[in-house]
Design a protein around this ligand. Structure first.
Ligand code: C5P
Length: 284
């Protein structure tokens, strides 16, 4: 089994300066440094979790000038909300955002250094498809190994409970994904807009992220997908086609993916509810 995806490293990986927290450090983050100076922070513990955060999409379904991962939610880019969530999770040793190449510096400044995030030590340029972006993240892992979680940059309401449940669910499986039961009836429809069949809703789940895998499993699944020219819309599908077993963990309807303008309204409401619950918890 290969331990590395088979293509070369992404062209540019912007790394934080050692111990730097401010925007000035971010500006210099692309400068070439000796390898030993490029990775700050503790070495990951064996079987610790690296979270890859694909956030390099164009956001065409959102419309507007600003990409959805950089839209402001309560004054902070959506991506910054997402990255911040992992900062306090002890299971997570490193978080690697994958962002549009032209916005790597902006991401470091606006979403990482301004928040003082210590677990983000590099940002990686995205690829054409989401799968290419995740592959770039996989190839940037130093050292590769342990568990990998992939989490959409535009899902800002991930919780520690979700991450812990996924780690538990990995026992005896090749992958674990969060999902919620389908609420609506789902139909398969032809390009002629005629219904082909009505699917059995009791068996249907909407799959979310994070999706979790042992590194060796996801690396091999990616190697095989690229060897076969296969593109999937999530990482689990790559593992499934290799015969891997993927377990579903009940997620939350609040773990939304911000995709269309209506989702921003929903996100504001969910954030307000979370803040209210936090405040009540502190007071109680
Ligand atoms: O397109 P979709 O909604 O499935 O995107 C999910 C996540 O994947 C988003 O955070 C998006 O920015 C990211 N993505 C990416 N690279 C691409 C396309 C999407 O990182 N080429």
């Amino acid at each position: 089994m290969s331990t590395r995806a088979d293509a070369g490293r992404p062209a540019a990986v912007a790394k934080r300066a050692k111990g730097a927290d401010g925007p000035a450090a971010a500006k210099g983050a692309r400068a070439a440094r000796p390898k030993s100076a490029q990775t700050a922070g503790p070495k990951p513990a064996p079987m610790s979790v690296t979270v890859l955060v694909p956030a390099a999409g164009s956001g065409s379904r959102m419309g507007g000038r600003v990409k959805k991962q950089f839209l402001l939610l309560d004054g902070l880019p959506v991506l910054a909300h997402t990255l911040r969530r992992f900062e306090d999770m002890p299971e997570v040793c490193e978080v690697i955002p994958v962002v549009p190449e032209a916005e790597m510096e902006e991401c470091l400044e606006m979403c990482v250094d301004s928040q003082g995030l210590r677990k983000v030590r590099r940002v990686v340029p995205g690829g054409r498809e989401r799968q290419d972006s995740v592959r770039n993240g996989l190839m940037a892992m130093e050292p590769p190994g342990g568990w990998v979680m992939v989490h959409d940059g535009v899902r800002p309401f991930v919780t520690r409970e979700m991450v812990s449940a996924l780690i538990l669910a990995l026992d005896g499986c090749d992958g674990a994904v969060l999902a919620v039961p389908a609420k609506d009836t789902l139909k398969e429809v032809g390009t002629d807009r005629l219904v082909r069949k009505t699917l059995d809703r009791r068996l249907l789940w909407h799959v979310q992220t994070p999706q979790a895998f042992p590194y060796r499993v996801i690396a091999e699944a990616f190697r095989k997908a690229y060897a076969d020219g296969f593109y999937g819309t999530d990482e689990a599908s790559l593992v499934e086609r290799c015969g891997g077993s993927v377990r579903v963990v009940a997620g939350s309807y609040a773990n939304i993916k911000i995709t269309t303008p209506e989702d921003m309204i929903l996100a504001e409401a969910i954030l307000a509810r979370l803040r209210g619950a936090e405040a009540a918890g502190k007071a109680g």
